[in-house]
Design a protein around this ligand. Structure first.
Ligand SMILES: Cc1cc2nc3c(=O)[nH]c(=O)nc-3n(C[C@H](O)[C@H](O)[C@H](O)COP(=O)(O)O)c2cc1C
Length: 238
């Protein structure tokens, strides 16, 4: 199986340590590719909307984005990590997610995403890990991913792992290992089951694309939906 990891920080701190713990269950059974932000996606989306209206290849950052996207599409499991920065995911993670706005369901979602699994790992000192995880999960679910596991943790006493109490270390370790075992047990030869809520969102977007495509057959999103067969009843899930 293949795993693609998007690290929301380049720092080898607590987020990194927890991510390594999560991956330990997969080391001998997965081909793991990791990207680090901002290094691997260093630029902000400038809001030119070229990806939306002219195609993703026209993005000024297409060389970087296309490489990461290929890896995301090929992976059986996506792992997204971030410490909480002012109650949210890191700015680098937000900049990364902005580059994939065109992949949101109302635009041109990738069919591969509708049967994929993902995990979001966030942690913080006191509070904010949950809202940071929500930032990432929100994008993933609108990309169409039906199965998303979430780990959130709060260190409380210190920001350095080795300075945490043994009890806190054990609590976080237990929690991340539980999630890791759960995802390691899954059968990745079978697609994840698409949730009802995703089917509802998809139907709504389909209705919208049908009328947009009818009004302007050259409109890129509508053309994409038509090419996938989605306007004629084909669905990206099994
Ligand atoms: C810019 C910045 C903003 C932060 N904001 C929060 C916050 O809102 N809530 C919180 O509990 N910790 C906050 N922290 C602390 C980090 O989330 C915490 O130290 C975390 O463990 C860092 O993870 P790392 O070791 O992987 O970098 C912030 C740290 C930085 C650098």
């Amino acid at each position: 199986m293949k795993i693609t990891v998007i690290n929301g920080t380049e720092k080898h701190g607590v987020t990194y340590r927890l991510k390594e713990m999560f991956l330990s269950e997969f080391q001998d059974k997965a081909d793991i590719t990791e990207y680090y932000l901002p290094k691997d996606c260093p630029n902000f989306c400038m809001g030119c909307t070229s990806c939306m209206f002219k195609g993703e290849n026209t993005c000024k950052d297409a060389d970087k984005i296309s490489v990461i996207e290929k890896s995301l599409l090929e992976a059986d499991l996506l792992v997204m990590t971030s410490p909480a920065y002012v109650f949210h995911a890191t700015g680098a993670m937000k900049a990364f997610l902005d580059h994939f706005a065109y992949r949101w369901m109302p635009h041109r979602p990738a069919p591969e995403m509708f049967t994929k699994r993902a995990v979001v790992l966030t942690q913080c000192l006191g509070a904010g890990a949950k809202s940071a995880a929500k930032d990432i999960k929100h994008s993933l679910s609108w990309w169409g991913i039906p199965k998303i596991g979430v780990f959130t943790g709060a260190l409380m006493s210190d920001i350095v792992w080795d300075k945490l109490s043994k009890r806190k270390q054990a609590e976080l370790t237990r929690k991340i290992e539980k999630l890791s075992r759960k995802f390691a047990r899954m059968d990745y030869t079978k697609p994840a089951r698409t949730k009802f809520i995703i089917k509802i969102k998809f139907s709504f977007c389909c209705f919208m694309q049908k009328s947009l495509h009818k009004a302007d057959p050259k409109y890129l999103d509508g053309k994409y939906w038509a090419q996938q067969g989605w306007l004629d009843g084909v669905r990206p899930w099994k």
